[in-house]
Write a protein that binds this ligand. Structure first.
Ligand code: SF4
Length: 237
């Protein structure tokens, strides 16, 4: 199956800029940005980020406020702070052997950096990779990681896979199946997240947000400072 997948990838693989580098910092930034944001939206933001902070040392020297401001629009702002803390860890101690020691780096992100930057023999399993391996029941080597990600993102879709154009269809036991929609985020969950994002946007714009509950949650996560009733971005590096 892997050979078929490789041929398909050669023709249909996505052309993403971080696939041409082996710089672990650049790859870490791309992976953290893409955790909950569509890759099409990540590409220009990743390029801008790397222009502004081309190395972990450069990012480590920025203030949290600058980092949060640059992150605006990517969502899930805690990722920005964790990335900043990870850069500070790398600047101070180098890259740890166990990459999950870095703030905000879970199993998948650690494996992605290990595979794509350090060439380690590990297959990073994101939701797309897992879907294809589960449905085909096949085993793939780490060399197939990017191809599996692209197949899962563009062909082996969560609900209605496009088996008619799939290079693995012939040997796939799940060919032609349909799947139930995944659980959607509850309206309350979604709206509080929006309120938090709105309050943070206001702080970034130099305004005082009126949503105290949202501000309390942001302060708890270190995304804002509250002093004498005034809300600001964290400034200490
Ligand atoms: S044949 Fe269908 S279910 Fe199987 S891997 Fe391809 S798209 Fe997914």
């Amino acid at each position: 199956m892997e050979a078929l997948l490789s041929v398909w990838y050669g023709r249909h693989g996505r052309d993403l800029p971080w696939r041409t580098t082996r710089d672990p910092y650049a790859i870490l930034v791309s992976e953290v940005m893409a955790q909950q944001t569509q890759v099409e939206r990540v590409v220009p933001r990743w390029e801008r980020w790397l222009e502004r902070w081309p190395t972990a040392d450069a990012l480590a020297a920025a203030s949290p406020g600058e980092v949060i401001t640059e992150w605006q629009g990517l969502g899930y702002n805690r990722r920005a702070l964790n990335l900043h803390r990870a850069a500070q860890h790398i600047a101070a101690h180098g890259w740890p052997d166990d990459l999950t020691e870095l703030p905000g780096v879970g199993r998948y992100t650690a494996d992605a950096v290990a595979c794509f930057a350090f060439g380690r023999d590990v297959l990073p399993e994101d939701v797309n990779v897992r879907r294809v391996t589960d449905r085909t029941g096949a085993t793939f080597s780490p060399a197939a990681a990017q191809a599996l990600m692209d197949l899962g993102a563009t062909v082996c879709l969560a609900r209605i896979p496009r088996c008619g154009i799939c290079p693995l269809a012939e040997g796939c036991p799940s060919r032609g199946r349909r799947y139930e929609p995944l659980r959607k985020q509850g309206p309350l969950e979604g709206s509080f997240r929006q309120r938090r994002a709105q309050a943070l946007r206001a702080v970034v714009a130099g305004e005082q947000p009126s949503d105290e509950e949202a501000v309390t949650a942001l302060a708890r996560d270190g995304l804002v400072h509250v002093r004498d009733g005034l809300v600001s971005l964290p400034s200490a590096p």
